[in-house]
Write a protein that binds this ligand. Structure first.
Ligand SMILES: Cc1cc2nc3c(=O)[nH]c(=O)nc-3n(C[C@H](O)[C@H](O)[C@H](O)COP(=O)(O)O)c2cc1C
Length: 189
């Protein structure tokens, strides 16, 4: 482990990252942010929903910026816009990352601010944060750190428990559209 990794100017705790402003940021050298977003959309991703509890209520936010970071300790990352309501909560309490299967498109829409009537969410509350029943995989996390990410905050979670469901294909997101794998992927486990 090098010293630089634990330099306090680089490592910020979650609360510091939340309150940090963008004063030092220079103007983006990108003529058209929409074009940038469209081009970034060529990177095909899976789709997750981060779920958490506040008071007696359960909440979620659809996120495709999920990535694995570290095995020791086990860390995962999501990038959340500073405007996200979820941010206030995720930096201070357990949350679950639910990896969605291709039969969970309505769930993805529901937590992306496009709820449809008649789509109840089935919650599992056996461990850590509430999670979504039937998801392809899940990771129960506790907040590890938050980092300044421009107009987003990079939220690192420490994985406490996890699980997966076999024989379900992932929901995909590519160029602004939802998709599914065209073919079965051989099981290499
Ligand atoms: C496919 C997809 C991926 C998304 N990924 C992210 C993401 O990585 N980070 C983020 O902040 N918002 C993301 N969003 C937008 C949020 O889901 C949406 O703004 C949500 O309503 C925020 O809810 P909240 O304000 O309760 O946190 C994504 C939306 C979709 C449809």
């Amino acid at each position: 482990m090098t010293d630089i990794m634990w330099n306090s100017e680089i490592y910020e705790n979650a609360a510091e990252a939340r309150t940090r402003t963008m004063e030092g940021a220079s103007p983006a050298n990108v003529a058209d942010p929409r074009q940038l977003r469209n081009t970034l959309g060529n990177f095909a991703t899976g789709v997750t929903v981060l779920t958490y509890q506040s008071g007696d209520a359960f909440f979620g936010v659809t996120v495709n910026s999920f990535t694995s970071v570290s095995m020791e300790p086990p860390l995962v990352l999501v990038s959340l816009t500073r405007r996200s309501r979820a941010l206030t909560y995720l930096l201070e309490r357990p949350f679950a990352i639910n990896v969605l299967g291709d039969d969970q498109l309505q769930t993805a829409l529901q937590f992306a601010g496009q709820p449809k009537d008649g789509h109840p969410i089935e919650w599992v509350t056996d461990d850590g944060a509430p999670r979504i029943n039937g998801s392809l995989a899940y990771f129960q996390c506790t907040p590890w750190a938050g980092y300044d990410g421009g107009d987003h905050i990079l939220v690192l979670g420490r994985v406490q428990t996890y699980g997966q469901k076999d024989e379900t294909k992932p929901l995909l997101f590519y160029r602004g559209k939802w998709g599914s794998l065209a073919a079965d992927v051989p099981d290499n486990s």
